[in-house]
Design a protein. Structure first.
Length: 514
């Protein structure tokens, strides 16, 4: 077993988000490591002079471990790709039901007197608007049961592009990198143990113009979000290192190896990283390396197929759903049929409902609104007791809603509650191909953001009276859907493999986001 080269302890790296480490006194470290490697190991240590080069190598290795943990399939984290969050405190006066990108919004009453905290919040949001990451408009919204004028802020497409995956309301403003060692000095000398401690000061931050998002250069935005200027100025982290005979190594991995060796478990991080690879495995790795990584056009073709673009009879996801069926708006009884498709639902009259009942709070007002628009017809009738009395012995008075005759051809056979929106078209916002090595294997994956539009809708969707008064339909026409996801890419089959993705209305949908 080779001699220990050095020992390193991180003592002042809050910015690196390191966990608190167990720090040993010099004598204790000698005892622990001597027990692991034998007393003869210490005799093999030779003095080595500290240098900018060796400390820079050490500090860079510490940064690299924090910036991209070994074996990680993810290229980004909050340390290397910091972001600006939309300020959500104090609570907005009202907000959307939706929380997904392109769909959520925040409302603020226009004539309310702002507190200092509210004013600071609005200043930050206004800076995001000036940078093009959010959009503002004046609307009439519901705030605490009252309909009042509000100023509405929503995510722009530019803001969605700038936001991280899984961080829809947090905008990545740059790439933070390791910047180098700024200085070092001796701290404690233990000549008996042959150990000499040094404190190393190093920096990380945004150093190059191309590493800063263009919108983040906005002076007003930097004034409201000081973290951008801090990243540009650079931040310091401190390492307490121990000089040894063979160089400088990471404390955490060294101590883990020492503790495993002492406990008899055996094996080290380094041993795992350099473990023997069979000839068969090497051949498999070489075969994968010989295969081309995914090309943008391959990914686009896959996404077009996935989202039914060009399919004249797309999946029921290309539907505007009515209450019941696949929607999140429930009804008391579904009475429709599939062949031929017929939409028909019932709401029981005079039913005692709790205050939280979604049928009373959401479904009944929405059905009545659709009836007023001429989309549905409403008749009074009797239906069997929904509780399931045999042979319908008990009848309940109900209001029965059906699709108006002019819309009966718009339904999809697979779902009577679906108003088909026609053939979808895909507009790509971002495709990001990621290629890296994971545990020795070449690994490919891709991330994407796209919009789905309905640019050749059926005749009923073009009725100006409907688009003006039916906000759900207007949202479909103006905004369509937003989709994002991440998938692995199999270089052999040239297809996506494991992963996840999804689509949602790019507006605050009553049906999907209630």
């Amino acid at each position: 077993m080779r001699c220990i080269d050095a020992l390193i302890v991180i003592v002042g790296s809050n910015a690196l988000k390191t966990k608190p480490l167990l720090v040993f006194a010099a004598g204790t470290m000698v005892a622990v490591l001597g027990a692991v490697f034998g007393p003869g190991a210490w005799a093999g240590w030779k003095a080595s002079r500290p240098s900018q080069e060796s400390f820079d190598k050490l500090a860079r290795s510490v940064w690299d471990k924090q910036a991209r943990p070994a074996g990680s399939r993810y290229e980004r984290n909050s340390l290397t790709h910091p972001c600006l969050s939309v300020p959500l405190y104090p609570e907005p006066d009202a907000r959307s039901r939706a929380t997904e990108p392109m769909a959520w919004h925040l409302d603020f009453v226009t004539d309310a007197l702002p507190s200092p905290q509210r004013q600071a919040q609005r200043n930050q949001i206004d800076a995001l608007v000036d940078a093009g990451l959010m959009e503002e408009s004046f609307e009439v919204g519901e705030v605490k049961g009252s309909v009042v004028p509000v100023k509405r802020f929503r995510l722009s497409e530019k803001g969605w592009l700038a936001s991280g995956y899984g961080r829809a309301s947090c905008f990545e403003f740059g790439v933070v990198r390791y910047l180098g060692v700024t200085g070092f000095s001796p701290r404690v000398v233990n000549t008996e143990a042959g150990l000499e401690f040094y404190e190393i000061h190093a920096r990380y931050g945004i150093a190059a113009a191309q590493d800063l998002a263009p919108w983040a250069a906005n002076p007003g935005l930097q004034e409201q979000f000081p973290e951008v200027r801090k990243a540009l100025e650079g931040q310091e982290f401190v390492i307490l290192a121990v000089r040894g005979g063979g160089g400088w190594v990471d404390y955490q991995s060294m101590m883990q190896k020492a503790m495993r060796a002492k406990s008899g478990v055996g094996g080290t991080d380094e041993d795992e990283a350099t473990r023997a690879i069979s000839d068969e495995t090497r051949a498999e790795i070489r075969a994968l390396e010989a295969l081309a990584p995914p090309a943008p056009e391959e990914i686009k073709a896959h996404l077009l197929e996935m989202n039914e673009a060009g399919n004249p009879n797309p999946l029921p996801s290309s539907c505007l759903y009515l209450p019941g069926g696949y929607s999140t708006v429930p009804v008391d009884v579904e009475m429709g049929q599939r062949n031929p498709p017929r939409y028909k639902v019932a709401i029981v009259k005079n039913k005692v409902r709790p205050t939280w009942d979604p049928v009373a709070k959401r479904t009944m007002p929405y059905l009545d609104r659709l009836e007023a628009l001429g989309v549905l017809t409403k008749t009074a009738g009797s239906i069997p007791d929904p509780k399931g009395e045999p042979q319908g012995a008990v009848q309940q008075e109900a209001e029965i809603y059906e699709l108006a005759p002019r819309f009966t051809t718009g339904g999809a056979e697979r779902s009577p509650a679906c108003l088909s929106l026609g053939m979808p078209t895909v507009q790509f916002v971002e495709i990001r191909i990621l290629d890296r090595t994971v545990e020795g294997y070449p690994f490919s994956s891709f991330r994407y953001k796209l919009r789905i539009r309905y640019q050749d809708p059926p005749v009923w969707m073009k009725d100006p009276a409907l688009t003006k008064n039916w906000s759900e339909l207007r949202g479909v026409v103006e905004n369509g859907k937003a989709c994002s996801g991440e998938f692995s890419f199999d270089r052999r089959t040239r297809k996506a493999s494991g992963g996840a993705g999804g689509c949602w209305w790019a507006f605050d949908s009553y049906i999907e986001n209630g």
